[in-house]
Design a protein around this ligand. Structure first.
Ligand code: FMN
Length: 306
């Protein structure tokens, strides 16, 4: 933390979290009213805390929120700034003004919702629609694109061209390049699918096989070092299954799916799986409860001030 005069008048202190907390408390919480406080927080990939439901990012955010709550209680103008979605939590605490960085950072967000089901009247499609409505319902400026793999006739077959791409001896074929482009445009990737044989349907597996390629999703260097290239992407997985949860639990099927899909695929590429939901037909209130759950997931994908 440093202190220096601004234009020869009021002192300014600045500090970097989390170490600023102690100094901030000493200097300002116990000091005179009338301070102007600007908190800048940043969204980042959260680091998990072993055996704890919250990551370090949540702890960091909680520190900023608690500090602002305390300062707010003491009056004076309060300013908030954030480089990402954490701002909505700070705003709940109550501020008088937002500075320009807010405008700059509250950009419209875009989700790609990938649906793997041939029947537009299926529950899977209805779930995808609810997710989409939840996204725009939380903030109309947010946008989504539904990638209906069956209707678009995405070809899941892994061909010689895909082998060449994997070996880095050829460029992506046009259909794969198009998928790369639309994932690149998205801030969040949402996969909605029925469980088929305790995993993805083949169509979606083929999409992953062909699209999450060496060189784009990850870089497997010759030195054996893995570069995870999808760290900016947040992923939401919504599966629906016909079997009941006891069956899933008895055989460890859901755990196996998480290992394979959440960890094995997205973890490998560095993408953070923010939602991993299994909705089953035996759930209370089925099927309406699934649609409600999907809508709620959509609403939380890009949280904003309430
Ligand atoms: C080929 C096939 C395999 C299936 N395998 C499973 C399974 O392994 N576990 C399960 O819970 N449900 C399984 N189901 C049931 C579907 O997951 C269920 O019908 C689906 O979630 C219902 O949603 P929908 O109306 O969108 O198809 C399977 C269905 C089909 C057609």
């Amino acid at each position: 933390m440093s202190r220096r005069p601004a234009n020869g008048s009021r002192p300014i202190s600045r500090g970097f979290g989390p170490r600023y907390l102690h100094s901030c408390g000493q200097l300002h919480k116990g000091g005179p009213d009338g301070g102007v406080f600007l908190f800048i927080t940043a969204d980042h990939d959260d680091l998990p805390v072993p055996r704890f439901p919250l990551g370090f990012g949540a702890v960091q955010e909680a520190q900023a929120v608690a500090d602002m709550e305390e300062l707010t209680a003491r009056g004076g103008p309060r300013y908030a700034a954030s480089t990402g979605g954490h701002l909505h939590n700070l705003l709940k605490v109550g501020y008088d003004k937002y500075i320009a960085i807010f405008v700059w950072t509250s950009q419209d967000m875009h989700a790609l919702i990938v649906v793997a089901h041939p029947d537009p009247a299926s529950l899977t499609h209805a779930i995808a629609t609810q997710v989409a409505q939840g996204i725009t319902g939380s903030e109309p400026r947010h946008s989504f694109e539904i990638a209906d793999l069956a209707a678009e006739a995405f070809d899941p077959r892994f061909t010689q061209a895909d082998v060449a791409l994997h070996l880095r001896t050829a460029a992506p074929s046009p259909d794969v390049a198009a998928e790369h482009a639309r994932i690149d445009r998205a801030d969040a990737l949402v996969l909605v699918y029925p469980v088929h044989w305790w995993s993805f349907p083949g169509l979606l597996k083929g999409w992953i096989d062909r699209v999450f390629t060496n060189g784009w999703a990850y870089d497997a260097g010759p030195d054996g070092k893995l570069l995870k290239k999808l760290q900016r992407l947040q992923v939401h997985l919504i599966a629906s299954g016909g079997a009941d949860m006891r069956t899933y639990a008895r055989h460890g099927y859901f755990g196996a799916m998480k290992t394979q899909i959440d960890h094995g695929i997205f973890g490998y590429c560095g993408a953070r799986v923010a939602t991993s939901e299994l909705l089953v037909a035996s759930d209370a209130g089925f099927p309406a409860s699934h649609l409600d759950a999907a809508h709620a997931i959509g609403k939380r994908i890009f949280p904003l001030p309430q």
